[in-house]
Design a protein around this ligand. Structure first.
Ligand SMILES: [Zn+2]
Length: 300
C-alpha cells in the first residue's frame, strides 16, 4: 500500500493524547499515548500534539485529523473548554497544527469525532439516526441524522450533557444548574457520593461498590441510572433516534447496569410521543475518536 494513504488520527482529552495511523478501511496501527499535561496550559498541549505528530515521521502521513475535548468551531478553532484545559479556548488548533507540521489538518470536537468513527467504521453501517453520549469527566454528545453528523450553525450542536433534567438543580461546570452532566458524569458521581458519605471515591470505585452491595453507593447509582434514563427520554423526544450509543470512561463500569437503564427507559417511555430506541455501548470503544478524527481529514 502507498504509505500516503494513512491519516494520523489524534484524540485530545484532559489527561491523555492518543493517536494512531488510520487507513480508509479503518485499520489502526502504530497507536501511541502521551500525557496531555493540560495543567501546563493550552499552548503546551498544542506543542505536544505537534511533537506527537512529528514522531510519526514525515513520509507516511497524508494529513492529520484531531478530535479534542471542548467545543470546536467550523474552522477547527477551540470555542470553549470549560474546566478542561486552561488556555485551550481561543486556540486556532487546525491552523497551528497545519502550519507547524506542513500537513493538512482538520479539527473537531472529540464526541463529534466519535460519531464520525461510528458513521464510517462502526454502528453507522447499520443505523442512520443515532446519538452518541460520552460519559467521562463531563458528558459530551453528538447527533447523527440521515447518516451524517449534524453540527448546527456554529459547529457545536450536540452538547447533550447540558440539557436540563432538574430545574434549578445541581450546579454544572457550564455555569447553569440542573444539567445532565451535573448528575451522571464521573465527576458528578464522585461529588454526589462525597455529599452522601463524606468519602472521596472515583466513579468506577463507587459503581464497583454498588455492585458489591454497598447501600449508599447502590442508592446513588440507582439515582444516576434514573437521571440518565430521563435525559435519554428527553433526547429521544427531540431526535427520534434508532439508537443511543454510550461511551467514555464511566461507561465501561456502568455496563452491568445496562439492563436496568433499558428497563427504566421502557417503563417511562410514552409511545405516543417517543418511539422505542436501543441503547448500546460503543463497539469501537476509545478508538472511535481516533478513527473519526482521521475520517474527518479523509472527508476534507
Ligand atoms: Zn451544564
Amino acid at each position: 500500500m502507498d504509505t500516503k494513504q494513512w491519516v494520523l488520527g489524534i484524540d485530545i482529552g484532559g489527561t491523555k493524547i492518543r493517536s494512531g495511523l488510520v487507513d480508509r478501511k479503518g485499520s489502526l496501527l502504530r497507536m501511541d499515548e502521551w500525557e496531555a499535561e493540560a495543567h501546563l496550559g493550552g499552548k503546551h498541549v498544542a506543542e505536544r500534539v505537534v511533537l506527537l505528530a512529528q514522531s510519526y515521521g514525515d513520509a507516511e502521513i497524508a494529513g492529520i485529523g484531531i478530535g479534542t475535548a471542548g467545543q470546536v468551531g467550523l474552522h477547527g478553532e477551540i470555542v470553549s473548554a470549560t474546566g478542561v484545559m486552561p488556555g485551550w479556548a481561543g486556540m486556532r488548533l487546525q491552523d497551528e497544527v497545519a502550519r507547524r507540521t506542513g500537513k493538512p489538518a482538520a479539527v473537531i470536537n472529540d464526541v463529534q469525532a466519535m460519531a464520525l468513527g461510528e458513521i464510517y467504521f462502526g454502528e453507522g453501517r447499520r443505523t442512520h439516526h443515532f446519538l452518541c453520549l460520552a460519559l467521562g469527566t463531563g458528558v459530551g454528545g453528538a447527533v447523527v441524522c440521515n447518516g451524517s453528523l449534524y453540527r448546527g450553525a456554529h459547529g457545536i450542536a450536540g452538547t447533550l450533557g447540558h440539557i436540563k433534567i432538574h430545574a434549578g438543580g445541581r450546579q454544572c461546570h457550564c455555569g447553569q444548574k440542573g444539567c445532565l452532566e451535573a448528575y451522571v458524569s464521573g465527576t458528578a458521581i464522585s461529588e454526589r457520593f462525597m455529599e452522601l458519605s463524606g468519602k472521596q471515591r472515583s466513579a468506577a470505585e463507587i459503581i464497583e461498590s454498588s455492585l458489591n452491595g454497598h447501600v449508599q453507593a447502590a442508592a446513588l447509582i440507582d439515582s444516576v441510572i434514573e437521571d440518565l434514563a430521563d435525559g435519554m427520554l428527553s433526547l429521544a423526544a427531540v431526535f427520534n433516534p434508532e439508537k443511543i450509543i454510550i461511551a467514555g470512561g464511566v461507561t465501561q463500569s456502568l455496563g452491568n447496569y445496562l439492563p436496568k437503564l433499558r428497563r427504566r427507559v421502557e417503563e417511562q417511555i410514552m409511545h405516543s410521543i417517543v418511539n422505542p430506541f436501543e441503547i448500546s455501548i460503543s463497539e469501537l470503544k476509545d478508538n472511535a475518536m481516533i478513527l473519526g478524527a482521521a475520517a474527518l481529514m479523509m472527508e476534507k
